[in-house]
Structure formats: structure tokens, C-alpha cells
Design a protein around this ligand. Structure first.
Ligand code: ADP
Ligand code: MG
Length: 652
């Protein structure tokens, strides 16, 4: 859309030129001393400026074999000219081009709300090389480079703080403008060993966010094109191509409707054959009907609403990938939530280690730590953290061949011996001895108290039980209550954890039902079952083990888009910065968008339904048809733009 061959506003200037020439010509036509041809010259000018962009677009459509609305409008204007109704034809082209110019302007405004995110990232960074500071373009930054961020300036790269502390406004990423404390990561860490997801919130910063009053030294962890903000913008822009259900419907409707209009209009030219009127009169009527029946407003009604809705969501830290999810979320009746990392904080704590005879708890922890060294799971991080606290990073035993089993545990070798660490399901899949009734009894007791239990086995011997727990997010209960109030009938928890732990968390956050012991494919099965009962179901999750379930649900919603890559890629909607509490707002915005789209369809189709009979029966001529037709287009766009300012009573 839009032609950038000229300046940003040239479409608008052309349109205004057309309007002015039309007005002058019209006024001159009352001066009887002048010959008519003087007015005609001005009308011709109005035709040129008013029809310039319209004919370009019509031509582009025709080349591709599409009859677009631009073509209908041009046809009507040419028809009016043939009738000698130059003023009405010029009015048509003027208003149509004005409508188009404003529409493009409005859409550009909504689109800018998105791409302006990109502009938040500074163009250059201050690279620190020994004692020298050098200004470099951000594209040249490499992982491991150290950059200096001055007070009150934007942070140019994703990275971790290695020197200084400050308060950072992370609104571009999370939508939350209250500054967050950031401070330097412990200096004992080995350079370049950290994985982005594992760095604590308080140590990592995002490009595009705004540094507070202190200087920060930052080690770059992501190159500029991989930065969280850059990827977020890329994902949204790509998803703009995904059309919403209504959009697909209106596209199909238009494709069938435009030819019908053309046939009807063609037929109307022959009314004079059957009735006592001239060809001129028949032709004039056919042109009026042509204007009345052109579904301009219809074509723009959904895209404008979708774009405004997506932009509004992005401003508050909700990434919506296109019109589909934006429209569908509001119609969801049931929601499924993953537990770990979604309803809970995903920051487990190692509460207890219970040795089972052969080793003491310190040895168990060292082995567990080694085996979990590469895993991304919250439990792995908790174990690793507990280990670092006890031994520091030096003492770690080294494990090899580390392997992750989603929803089960990890496998590794230590000094050539096989080590398994995971839940009971895991050991059922392995061909080694089963844990004794005593061990099971012990685990059961711990689970009753809300602990997630893992077993560590070396060479087929069970060495110890590790008991961990993870508390619910503070906002979880309130968020679920609000969702209930907004009419979500059924909410369940789907988790890979032990049923007892799952039940405890479910009680704490106020959930209807909770299912534990689920493998990724079981989560999919539950989603399918829920969809049979409730129609559309949304799945909220945070990790690899939720991806399949998210893909099978009507809307997949990811937590921690600011951290987890898999979730970000699979989801239809991502809640930046793990903000579960943004869900009620997302739901409300989706519903508002649906309402807006419906209103727009009524306005645009209603106008066609009213205008077509009026022009058919000669109540309205080309002039009034043009005015009402273009008026409805502008009304529809204005209605959509209201979404940019949408507020929700309960939260935003
Ligand atoms: P949820 O579905 O609640 O997010 P997960 O599917 O991520 O939970 O994990 C389910 C269970 O799988 C965990 O409770 C744990 O028993 C086991 N598990 C998964 N990953 C690991 C790991 N890296 N180390 C130990 N156990 C793991
Ligand atoms: Mg999870």
C-alpha cells in the first residue's frame, strides 16, 4: 500500500490540489460571462490530481488480474465525465483520494507505533577497550565486548551488568515504566559462560531500555540483530501477513462482490431499453449505483482495527502475532496453564537433600550440579545455584555427555559412570532397578508438603532424593480471579510435576482442576479434550514442554518472551517480561477489537445496503452517494484508531 515515489504527504497534497481546483471550477461555473470551457479546464486539473494515485493502484491491481475498488471508482469518474457531470466526477476522485490519503496516514500511524520500537535502539555504543573508549556502530558489537552506558541514556545492546548499579526503565520491553534495579553480576563468574536465560533479572539489561542516574558497564551477550527488541519487532512485522478470520472473510467477499457490482452496473445501462428514459439517464444511474455499491469501507474495516489493536498491545508489553490471535483470544472459554515458570515463579529452591546410604548430601549435590550444568529447567538452575553457594564454581565435578529429557530429567556420565537425575516417571522408562518402597514412602511424604522430588542414581544405585519447591507468582491468584470474572469458564493446570505438588499450587492460586505427571504429548491430549467441551482453548506456557500444547490450542500464549526463545517462536501471543498479570488486559483488548471489527462491518455493509436502493430508485445521485460512501470509510478508520487508546478498568 502507499506510494513512496513522492514525499510522505504527497498523496494528501495531490488530493487537496484536486479539491481546490474543483472548488474554483465550480465557483467559476456560476459566472455566466465566462465560457464553460474555463471551468472544464479546472475540472480536468481536479481529475488529474484526484485520479493520479487511484489510477496507479487500479493499474497495479489490474495487472495482477484483480478488480479492486480503485478500479470501480475510476470507472465511475470516467462515466461521470462522459455524461458531462465533470463536477461530480471530480468530487468523487477528490473525496476518494482524500479518504485514501487519510487512511494511509492513519495506518502508517498505527504501524509506526510498532516500528518506532526499533528506533528506540541507539545507533552507536561506547566500546571500552582497555582504557580507551571508542564510539562504534551497534552492528559491530560482538558477544563479550564491554560497553559503557552513560546515565539517562538508552542501552544499546542486550547484555549483563559487570560494573556499577542503576535503575533501568524497561518499558519498551515489558510495558512497565517503573524503573527496575540493576546491579553488577558477581565478579567470580567466568567470562562468557553465562546463558542469557540463566542470568538473573537484576544483572541483565535489554537494548532499547533507559538507564537511570548511574553509569553502567555492560558485557554484550547478544549481537544487535538478535537483541530481544529487534527480534520482537521482526516477529510482529512478519506476523502482520497472518490475516484474521474476519479479514479472510472480507477478502473473499470482496473478490466475489466486485464482479457482481460490475455486472449489475453494466446491466443498468440498458434500463432505457425497457422504460421511458434516455440512455443518459440510465447511464447516470448506473454510475451512482457503482459508487454506492463499492465496498471501500469494508476493505479497510478489519485491517485498520487489527493494526491498532496489535500496536496498543505492544505498547503495554503484549506481543500479538497478527489478527488471528487478536480476534480469537476474546472468544476463548477455557484456558490451560503450565505450572512451572508460568503460574509459579520458575525459581525453585533446593530445600533438602536426603542421602540414601552410599553418599553424603554434599557429594550428592556435587553430582547433581554437574549433571544439571547444561539444563535450562528451573529445577536445574535451582540445583546449580545451591551448588555454587556451597562450593563456589571451582569445585564442580565435571560431567560429560549431558542430555536433557523434557518432562523427565537429565542423564550424564561422571568418570565414565552413568548418572540419572529425574522424577519417578523417568526411572520407569529406564531399564534399571526401581526405587524401594522405603524410598517411595520418603518421597511421598515430601511431596505432601509441596516438594518436587528428584532421584539421583549412579550406576543403577539410588544415592539420594532432592526436594525442591517453587512458589506461585504473587500475581497468579489475582490474575486467575480476574480471568474468571471476565467470563473464562474453565481453567486448568497442566504440569509435568507430581500430582500432590500440582494440587497444592492449584489450591494456592484458585484453579478449577490440576493435572500432574504429564508429558508434552499428554498436555496436547488435554488441550484436545478441552476443545471438545469448550470450543476454543488458550494454552499459557513457558517452555519447550509446552510448545506442542500451545501449537494445538486456538491461541498459544508464552510467558517470558524476554527470555525463552522456543516459547517466543511457537506462541501466538507473548507476554513480555513474564507478566502473567497482563492476561486480563489482553483478553479485554481482544474483545474490544472484535466489537470494533463488528461495528465496522455493520457500518460498511449497512452503508452499501442503504445507498444501493437509494441510487437504484433515483433518490440519491452521484454527489450524495460519493459523500456518504467516503464518509463511511473515514468513520470506519476513525473507529479503529480508537483502539490505540484502549484502557481496561481492571488492569493494563
Ligand atoms: P511443568 O509442566 O510444570 O512446567 P516440566 O514439564 O518442565 O514441568 O517438568 C516436569 C518434571 O520433569 C519436573 O517436575 C521434574 O520432575 C522433571 N524434570 C524436567 N526437567 C528436569 C531437569 N532438568 N532435571 C530434573 N528433573 C527434571
Ligand atoms: Mg513450565
Amino acid at each position: 500500500m502507499g506510494h513512496s515515489t513522492h514525499g510522505k504527504y504527497s498523496e494528501l497534497y495531490f488530493s487537496l490540489a484536486s479539491g481546490s481546483l474543483l472548488l474554483i471550477g465550480f465557483l467559476l461555473s456560476f459566472w455566466s460571462a465566462l465560457p464553460n470551457s474555463v471551468s472544464l479546464v479546472f475540472y480536468l486539473g481536479a481529475y488529474f490530481f484526484g485520479g493520479y494515485y487511484t489510477s496507479q493502484e487500479a493499474y497495479e491491481g489490474l495487472v495482477k488480474g484483480n478488480f479492486h475498488i480503485d478500479f470501480l471508482m475510476l470507472l465511475a469518474a470516467v462515466g461521470a465525465a462522459l455524461l458531462g457531470a465533470w463536477a461530480e466526477g471530480a468530487l468523487l476522485l477528490f473525496l476518494f483520494s482524500l479518504g485514501h490519503a487519510l487512511e494511509h496516514y492513519a495506518l502508517a500511524k498505527a504501524r509506526n507505533a510498532l516500528s518506532s520500537l526499533n528506533e528506540l535502539i541507539p545507533k552507536t555504543a561506547t566500546l571500552k577497550e582497555g582504557d580507551v573508549n571508542r564510539e562504534v556502530p551497534i552492528e559491530s558489537l560482538q558477544k563479550g565486548d564491554v560497553i559503557l552506558v552513560r546515565p539517562n541514556s538508552r542501552i544499546p545492546a542486550d547484555g549483563l551488568v559487570i560494573q556499577g548499579s542503576s535503575q533501568v526503565n524497561q518499558a519498551p520491553i515489558t510495558g512497565e515504566s517503573i524503573p527496575v534495579d540493576k546491579f553488577a553480576i558477581a565478579s567470580s563468574r567466568k567470562k562468557g559462560t553465562d546463558r542469557w536465560e540463566e542470568i538473573n533479572e537484576e544483572n541483565r539489561v535489554f537494548s532499547g531500555t533507559i538507564n537511570g542516574s548511574q553509569t553502567l558497564e555492560i558485557e554484550v551477550t547478544k549481537t544487535s540483530k538478535d537483541s530481544t527488541l529487534a527480534r520482537m519487532v521482526a516477529l510482529v512485522q512478519e506476523s502482520q501477513k497472518q490475516k484474521s478470520p474476519t479479514q479472510r472473510f472480507t477478502d473473499r467477499f470482496e473478490r466475489f462482490f466486485v464482479p457482481v457490482v460490475l455486472v449489475l452496473v453494466f446491466g443498468l445501462n440498458f434500463v432505457f431499453v425497457f422504460s421511458p428514459e434516455t440512455f443518459q439517464e440510465s447511464f447516470y444511474r448506473s454510475m451512482a449505483v457503482l459508487v454506492a455499491a463499492s465496498p471501500c469501507a469494508l476493505a479497510i474495516s478489519t485491517p485498520s482495527a487489527v493494526l491498532s489493536g496489535v500496536a496498543r498491545a505492544a505498547r503495554t508489553g503484549i506481543l500479538v502475532k497478527g489478527g488471528g490471535p487478536l480476534e480469537i483470544l476474546g472468544s476463548v472459554k477455557a484456558m490451560a496453564f503450565d505450572k512451572t515458570g508460568t503460574l509459579t515463579q520458575g525459581k525453585a529452591h533446593l530445600n533438602e537433600i536426603i542421602p540414601l546410604g552410599k553418599c553424603n548430601s554434599s557429594e550428592i549435590l556435587q553430582m547433581a550440579m554437574a549433571a544439571e550444568a547444561m539444563s535450562n529447567h528451573p529445577l536445574a538452575k535451582a540445583i546449580y545455584k545451591a551448588g555454587v553457594e556451597e562450593f563456589g564454581e571451582q569445585n564442580v565435578i565435571k560431567a560429560d555427555n549431558l542430555e536433557d529429557f523434557v518432562g523427565l530429567g537429565v542423564k550424564a556420565t561422571i568418570d565414565g559412570d552413568l548418572v540419572y537425575l529425574g522424577n519417578l516417571n523417568f526411572f520407569e522408562t529406564l531399564d534399571q532397578g526401581k526405587p524401594s518402597p522405603d524410598i517411595l514412602q520418603e518421597m511421598s511424604l515430601l511431596e505432601e508438603n509441596g516438594n518436587t522430588c528428584l532421584l539421583l542414581a549412579l550406576k543403577g544405585d539410588f544415592l539420594g532424593i532432592l526436594a525442591l519447591s517453587d512458589s506461585p507468582r504473587i500475581e497468579a491468584k489475582n490474575t486467575l480471579d480476574l480471568l474468571h470474572l471476565s467470563g473464562i469458564e474453565h481453567m486448568v493446570m497442566l504440569s509435568g510435576d507430581h500430582q500432590k505438588v500440582v494440587d497444592k499450587i492449584a489450591r494456592q492460586v484458585g484453579l478449577d482442576q490440576a493435572y500432574g505427571h504429564l508429558m508434552p504429548e499428554d498436555k496436547v491430549r488435554h488441550i484436545q479434550r478441552l476443545q471438545k467441551t469448550y470450543g476454543r482453548v488458550a494454552m499459557v506456557g513457558d517452555g519447550v514442554n509446552d510448545a506442542a500444547a500451545m501449537a494445538h490450542s486456538a491461541v498459544g500464549i508464552a510467558m517470558g518472551a524476554a527470555g525463552n526463545d522456543v516459547a517466543m517462536e511457537t506462541a501466538d501471543i507473548a507476554l513480555m517480561g513474564n507478566r502473567l498479570d497482563k492476561l486480563p488486559f489482553a483478553l479485554a483488548l481482544s474483545r474490544k477489537t472484535r466489537t470494533t471489527i463488528k461495528q465496522n462491518l455493520w457500518i460498511s455493509l449497512g452503508m452499501v445496503a442503504v445507498l444501493v436502493p437509494l441510487t437504484l430508485f433515483d433518490v440519491a445521485g452521484i454527489g450524495p452517494a460519493v459523500v456518504m460512501h467516503e464518509g463511511s470509510t473515514l468513520l470506519v478508520v476513525a473507529n479503529a484508531l480508537r483502539l490505540l487508546g484502549f484502557k481496561n478498568e481492571v488492569s493494563d
